[in-house]
Design a protein around this ligand. Structure first.
Ligand SMILES: NC(=O)C1=CN([C@@H]2O[C@H](COP(=O)(O)OP(=O)(O)OC[C@H]3O[C@@H](n4cnc5c(N)ncnc54)[C@H](OP(=O)(O)O)[C@@H]3O)[C@@H](O)[C@H]2O)C=CC1
Ligand SMILES: CC(=O)N[C@@H](CCC(=O)OP(=O)(O)O)C(=O)O
Length: 346
């Protein structure tokens, strides 16, 4: 049994991890940390947990919480994680982080896109990007895992087979993606209030969203050359879910069925990646509440262009469930442990 602490347990990502870990036979949650709810039962804040998990929230006192757990999952805002994690590492703890603070290999790129000075670039070197389908072997022994952002998970896995097989031009990759409102966390900021986002659909941070740089980093590693993309995120009036529509120019004439076969071959050993048969398209309700990513691929013959549709739950494969997958890899458990349930559908 592994003792796990969740720091930032009272946010949307943290509470989803707590929910998933209730069904995990190899993990015991021994500390949950909050900022505003210290001393309160988490089941009073999230009553779905009543009689299931009634632990009280700890304060962020590293010395005290480090005695309670071996591995910590941090679901803290960007900039806060990088203050907390070095202290856990110094106490020989392993950490899976959800912020952007440990996802980058080049500290200057992080500092430019986040507007934050990192201060601990040497810890970036030891961190592993937490996308199991690409970095499973490194995640196994990692001290720090930088769990990917939701848009990057959805986009990178959607494009990887094309770049790895040299199928598309590396210029002119376009990603349009839409996220449910939980993507912004348990925020009370005006744009995320009911009357502001319901019955509405809008783009935001066009050409300057920080995930552009994270996606570019990983696509560049896959293609072995520097890649720039056009990335446009949108907010869609749903609680959870994310769909990315990705466009790339094919280098040679290729059919839809050839590409579907190529994707199926590429992901043949990946339980959580479901490549859909030709003619089938993903929908957010098919992945909601799960660790699955559904991908379909279509060739627009007239333009010799490929259109990939890639779909995750932003809180599932886009965050918490993927962290549980990483945790399983780090602890030597079967990757599906605690993640066996299908999505929610309704
Ligand atoms: N939401 C999503 O879909 C995704 C989010 N992420 C990332 O995961 C992380 C968590 O996101 P999310 O759960 O959505 O955010 P929330 O705002 O819902 O939760 C943030 C959590 O961090 C705690 N917290 C905030 N500031 C501090 C601080 N200064 N010191 C200690 N604790 C603090 C909060 O405590 P309290 O509740 O007491 O205020 C809360 O538990 C972020 O880095 C986010 O970017 C990554 C992928 C997807
Ligand atoms: C809808 C919405 O606001 N989504 C968030 C992305 C959440 C996420 O996955 O990203 P990080 O972990 O990098 O914060 C945003 O666009 O900032």
């Amino acid at each position: 049994m592994i003792n796990v602490g969740i720091i930032g347990a009272t946010g949307y990502v943290g509470i989803e991890i707590l929910r998933l870990l209730q069904k995990h036979p190899g993990v015991k949650v021994t500390s949950i940390v909050s900022q505003n709810f210290v001393g309160q039962k988490v089941s009073d804040i999230y009553p779905t947990l009543r009689n299931v998990f009634d632990m009280k929230c700890d304060a962020l006192d590293i010395e005290s919480i480090s005695k309670k757990a071996d591995i910590f999952v941090t679901a803290l805002p960007h900039g806060v994680s990088k203050e907390v994690i070095p202290k856990l590492i110094a106490l020989d703890k392993r950490v899976i982080d959800h912020s952007g603070d440990f996802r980058y290999k080049n500290v200057e790129v992080y500092e430019k896109w986040y507007g934050i000075t990192h201060q601990m670039p040497e810890l970036l070197e030891m961190s592993v990007y937490g996308l199991p389908e690409l970095y499973r072997d490194k995640i196994k022994d990692a001290k720090i895992v930088g769990n990917p952002g939701c848009y990057p998970t959805c986009s990178i896995l959607g494009i990887a087979p094309l770049l790895k097989n040299n199928i598309i031009e590396t210029k002119n990759i376009i990603i349009d993606a839409a996220s449910g409102v939980t993507g912004a966390g348990r925020s009370t900021d005006l744009p995320y209030q009911f009357c502001e986002c319901t019955e509405n659909y809008k783009a935001y941070k066009v050409s300057n969203h920080r995930h552009t740089s994270e996606i570019e980093q990983e696509l560049s590693f896959l293609a072995n050359e520097d890649i720039l993309i056009s990335f446009t995120p949108h907010l869609v009036p749903m609680k959870r879910g994310m769909l990315a529509t990705i466009y790339g120019n094919l280098k040679t004439e290729t059919s839809t069925s050839e590409l579907v076969n190529l994707y199926k071959e590429f992901y043949k050993n990946e339980y959580f990646v479901r490549v859909l048969d030709e003619g089938k398209l993903p929908e957010t309700k098919f992945t909601a509440g799960s660790n699955f990513i559904d991908i379909s691929v279509v060739v627009d013959k007239r333009l010799n262009r490929v259109v990939v549709l890639s779909c995750v739950d932003n809180l599932g494969k886009g965050a918490s469930a993927q962290a549980v997958q990483d945790l399983n890899i780090m602890c030597g458990y079967d990757e599906k442990t605690g993640l066996e349930s299908p999505g929610l559908y309704l």
